[in-house]
Design a protein around this ligand. Structure first.
Ligand SMILES: [Zn+2]
Length: 307
């Protein structure tokens, strides 16, 4: 699943290219969108603004119409100069928005809906999102408060599952989840009630820093895809970009221990950690501590890196 920084980058690139421009053409392979276009043509409207909220991308057109898309695992937005060759098959096109100079193409987006400001407000999923780690208003204090409040209500929730919960903090995906927990020295399976305020702050600060730096050094803004390489280690070698994610069985870059992987949470997302740098912390308050979680260090088959 693309992370919030990728969506943010996509929104930023789309905003730069399309913001304030008049739509000269609109195409879609999605019947519900085509119906709206028939009733209230998109062509001729101005693109007021493109923004991201967590993993949602919103394109605001003049006349109170908002195109809401979510990429889930497979979708992407590409931006092409008019006449430029698309890098994906036409059959995967779901939406095309044309202006005088650009074509913005959504490929394979599984969720695409038109909303008015009012229907968007009523829409069940978006208002429930936590604060967006990449928004200008986001602060470490805001984020730490969210984590603390969630911990108070869900003391047994595991920290790495909580980091992925878009209703607590919007934007983090599965790669950063593991990277942030590693950098903060927090074992990803620890219960929320064992996480100290200082650790919460550290994780929020790292989340913001990693996501911002990947937004800043994001190259190739003209073509937006979800293959963008993330970096958290500062190493320039692309194979040394990440601390733990995807590095099961390899040596920890800090202590040399073998990186472990284990599926975690209801959605069984892969969690990577270093048992040396991220020690198991037992629950306090008379709760009998369980043994430290153990993961696999063996790669059973070659997996395509995914997030
Ligand atoms: Zn280590």
């Amino acid at each position: 699943m693309p992370e919030g920084d990728t969506i943010y980058r996509a929104a930023r690139a789309l905003q730069r290219a399309l913001g304030g421009k008049v739509v000269t053409g609109f195409d879609t392979g999605l019947a519900p969108l085509a119906r709206v276009n028939d009733d209230a043509a998109i062509t001729g409207r101005t693109i007021d603004r493109v923004e991201s909220r967590g993993k949602w991308l919103l394109i605001h057109f003049s006349g109170d119409l908002i195109l809401l898309t979510h990429m889930l695992m497979s979708g992407s937005w590409h931006l092409y100069r008019t006449g430029e060759r698309w890098r994906m098959a036409r059959s995967r096109m779901r939406v095309v928005i044309r202006t005088a100079d650009w074509e913005a193409v959504a490929f394979n987006v599984p969720v695409a809906e038109f909303h008015t400001a009012r229907s968007l407000e009523r829409y069940s999923q978006i208002p429930k999102l936590g604060p967006d780690v990449l928004s200008d208003e986001f602060t470490v204090e805001t984020g730490a408060r969210r984590l603390a409040a969630y911990a108070a209500a869900n003391p047994d929730a595991e920290i790495a599952v909580v980091l992925l919960n878009q209703r607590v903090l919007a934007g983090l995906g599965n790669v950063y989840k593991s990277e942030v927990a590693f950098s903060a020295g927090v074992n990803p399976f620890r219960a929320m009630r064992t996480i100290t305020p200082r650790e919460m702050e550290a994780m929020v600060e790292l989340s913001q820093r990693y996501m911002r730096s990947n937004v800043l050094d994001g190259s190739g803004d003209s073509i937006v895809t979800y293959a963008g390489k993330r970096r958290t280690t500062h190493a320039s070698n692309r194979d040394e970009r990440l601390w733990v994610y995807g590095r099961q069985g390899q040596e920890c870059r800090r202590c040399g221990a073998a990186i472990m992987m284990r599926k975690q949470g209801e959605q069984a997302r892969s969690t990577y950690w270093c048992p040396g740098c991220q020690p198991w912390v037992e629950a306090s308050g008379g709760v009998v501590p369980g043994p430290a979680p153990v993961g696999s260090t063996v790669i059973s088959r070659r997996r395509k890196m995914s997030c």
